[in-house]
Design a protein. Structure first.
Length: 186
């Protein structure tokens, strides 16, 4: 009713946005706002070695544990691939948070997709490896965050004000991540 009073044609402005990579878009709030980060990194590694580095889930688990997160595997799979999943617990802004993360696509040596869900946000991560030559490759890393509640929506709206700074920090973090992961493979 309030929507009708504010806007005579409520269906025009507030249509949920369908986003690929998310399996459950049941929350009306999640379709209204999203924040996407992406970066491209060119490296001196062949494409298969770069993909092996970012797809090394055991090393990724150790990296997260080293940063203070608690990581618990939720699947029995030993080989990397679709269906692998984790419950990840971490502290952020003074509160304990949890994230359930699962691999939804694993196309060696090109594409890795993971989808996560927490109390406040849905997260989709896409990592695409492109061979530039035999010895060089490019990593296109994309992360999309969608709110699941009003608090998260307000947080994302506020974060959009400093998007340029967040983009720089994202690129630096992804570069550090790739450097650490590729150092463990080499």
């Amino acid at each position: 009713m309030l929507m009708t009073w504010l806007n005579t044609n409520a269906d025009l402005d507030y249509q949920p946005v369908a986003v690929s990579g998310f399996q459950d878009a049941s929350s009306k709030v999640s379709g209204l706002l999203r924040m996407k980060f992406s970066t491209r990194l060119d490296g001196e590694l062949p494409a298969d070695k770069l993909f092996a580095a970012i797809g090394n889930f055991d090393a990724m688990e150790r990296l997260l544990i080293g940063r203070g997160a608690s990581v618990a595997r939720i699947d029995p799979a030993q080989e990397p691939g679709i269906g692998m999943g984790w419950n990840i617990g971490f502290d952020w802004r003074g509160r304990a948070r949890s994230l359930r993360l699962a691999v939804t696509r694993f196309d060696r040596p090109e594409l890795l997709t993971m989808v996560g869900r927490s109390e406040a946000v849905d997260v989709a991560v896409n990592a695409t490896v492109v061979a530039l030559s035999r010895a060089r490759s490019r990593l296109i890393f994309e992360t999309e965050v969608r709110p699941r509640n009003m608090k998260a929506r307000l947080m994302l709206q506020t974060a959009k004000l400093g998007k340029a700074q967040l983009d720089r920090r994202y690129q630096n973090r992804i570069r550090e991540f790739v450097d650490q992961m590729s150092g463990q493979v080499a």
